[in-house]
Design a protein around this ligand. Structure first.
Ligand SMILES: C[S@@+](CC[C@H](N)C(=O)[O-])C[C@H]1O[C@@H](n2cnc3c(N)ncnc32)[C@H](O)[C@@H]1O
Length: 222
């Protein structure tokens, strides 16, 4: 895959510098990220990978919560990675950033992790890529490893469907986003071998509802 084969963080490359402010203003970011972090509960012996780490907000907070954890972020977009590197440096924490897509061979390059985390990535990817990312995430997890995802999930009310349509679907298009709105993520997690899949929280926002999911790797080799 090349740099062209992903949707930039805010839909268009030129808008990337505005990403953090838009997410803060429109998505009740502190609320859903706070909940996500409390479920991730980073611990000293954790090795954690943030997939599609973007501008590094989540991965930097994970490392701030637990300085002893080995914390990594991966993203194909150099523009957001540069912002992420700056954010971690400003917070004075050491996060290891990798440039690239998550692929099956990422395991050989990065090793395995106790927790794989991700926020706001899946709604921007085609259905086959959602599935591929989940397969690679599962391959990256150690036995009993945990997956935590925050993203636009099933839009359950007319108001949430309307807001999602007027905001996220305008920025990111309908084809990648609609499967999320119809609730595809837990289904795909099950199909790719994850077990104990839970929708832990649903946060209504001005851009549609953001769901927080957890799942376990399961014991069958992927
Ligand atoms: C909307 S941004 C979310 C950034 C960040 N996780 C957050 O919560 O603010 C989605 C990010 O996913 C990245 N991305 C898209 N496809 C990816 C893939 N296959 N593997 C890893 N990252 C990917 C994009 O480059 C982009 O930075």
């Amino acid at each position: 895959m090349t740099q062209k084969e992903f949707t930039p963080a805010l839909g268009f490359k030129a808008l990337t510098p505005l990403y953090d402010i838009v997410i803060a203003l429109l998505t009740r970011e502190n609320l859903w990220r706070g909940k996500l972090l409390s479920y991730i509960a980073p611990a000293d012996n954790d090795r954690i990978l943030d997939v599609g780490c973007g501008t590094g907000t989540l991965v930097t907070k994970v490392k701030q919560i637990c300085g002893a954890a080995d914390v990594h972020g991966i993203d194909p977009d150099n523009a957001v990675l540069n912002l992420a590197i700056g954010k971690a440096a400003k917070a004075n924490v050491e996060v290891i950033f990798h440039q690239g897509f998550l692929r099956p061979d990422t395991v050989a390059e990065l090793g395995t992790f106790t927790k794989v985390i991700s926020s706001l990535v899946f709604h921007q990817t085609p259905l086959n890529v959602k599935r591929n990312i989940l397969e690679s995430m599962r391959a990256l997890l150690r036995e009993n490893g945990k997956l935590y995802i925050a993203d636009y999930g099933q839009q359950r009310t007319a108001l949430m469907r309307f807001l999602f349509r007027c905001t996220v679907q305008v920025m990111d298009g309908r084809s990648d986003t609609q499967h999320n709105a119809e609730g595809c993520l837990p289904v795909l997690m099950k199909e790719t071998g994850f077990i104990d899949i839970k929708e832990l929280a649903i946060v209504p926002t001005l851009t549609g509802s953001i769901s927080i999911y957890s799942a376990e790797r399961g014991d069958v080799a992927g």
